[in-house]
Write a protein of this length. Sequence first.
Length: 285
Amino acid sequence: MTGDSTSASPPPETIELLRPDRTVLRGLRWRSPGGARAVVVHGLGEHAARQRNVAGFLAQRGFDVVAFDHRGHGRSDGARGALRRDDDLVIDLGAIVDSTASAPILLVGHSMGGLVALHHALARPETVAALVLSSPALDPALNLGQKLLLATMSRLAPALAVGNGLDASKISHDPAVVRAYREDPLVHDRITARLARFIVDGAAEAIERAGTLAVPTLLLVAGDDRLVATAGSRRFAQRAPRERIDERVYEGLWHELFNESEPGRSRVFAELGAWLDAHPVGPVR
């Protein structure tokens, strides 16, 4: 079974979650009769539907899967790339998890979504049966000038949205994936200093807390990632309890491992499937 789930999975249904500040988060649900629940968390500037390969893969394996657009992303409410508070995304994810299941879930996070998922797992391990991190944003690789600019913007204009500088041509070796990303009206390139500060500070905090990781974790690293520095993932893996972390490095692959060209994509999904077989997630009680 590969990650190309478009023909093998039923289409997802649309769902919504109203937050206390009246922000409506909109997402997708892939229903499955298997009973186990999974939550998929997308990356910066994109939206939940771009994670359909991994969501469909999990649905085929019996998971009931939900994936929400972050606030300020996709079809969810909020100014593009903006937060009200530094911890909005982590708090939103906690509410999504609580609304999804009463038993521990499988949590899958990609890029910035990996950072958000990791923070949730570190703070509330009792809600997570297994954690999968795909190219997590654990090192944004800012140079000195960018760090100084971020510090200035954080003080003077934390809510001002600017271009995020992401090079779409380097997300995947698959030209169709790159083309679809560039033509997707729900994809944006906006980021505020507050969101950038969350990524920078959140990455450092997650690495500092790596020793407290308490859930089985599969860390998928794109060996030739051009969007996040792999050094952050290596530092986290080195500091995490050895019995909790399983790191896989895919040399030559780019950032979006679940959307990579073949044969790399199939290899990633085959190893993900084997890991899930070894770390089963029970059905909702």
